[in-house]
Design a protein around this ligand. Structure first.
Ligand SMILES: [Zn+2]
Length: 119
């Protein structure tokens, strides 16, 4: 779900200033990935292994990306460098997305007030 910004009581001038600041800041991050980094622990196939007594293997980190309902792409992040890259890429996406969502809500409020939106 999108973050909801409280804009109804914000002045039109303040909305326009916030919009201008967002437009200056919002550069499409070239390495953005819309996904999640998830941590997993697991058991192996060797029955005498300690993982079957509760000491599971891991943590393992995966990049998971939901492409459509029931269609999830997932792969193991094998190295700390890959994990860091994935965290940076997903954070870049989320930061850009939050800015775009805020811009959308500001534009909706300005449009509701009769602003031509500069189009
Ligand atoms: Zn095991």
């Amino acid at each position: 779900m999108a973050r909801v910004f409280s804009l109804r009581r914000t002045s039109t001038l303040a909305l326009r200033q916030r919009k201008a600041a967002l437009l200056r800041r919002l550069a499409l991050p070239p390495h953005a990935i819309r996904a999640s980094v998830v941590e997993r622990f697991g058991t192996c196939g060797k029955s005498p292994c300690a993982c079957h007594q509760g000491r599971k293997h891991g943590p393992y980190y995966y990049l998971t990306q939901c492409l459509a309902p029931g269609q999830v792409q997932k792969f193991l992040l094998k190295t700390p460098a890959a994990q860091a890259t994935a965290r940076g890429a997903t954070a870049a996406f989320n930061q850009y997305y939050d800015g775009l969502e805020e811009l959308s809500q500001i534009n909706t409020e300005l449009f509701r007030r009769g602003d031509p939106l500069g189009a």
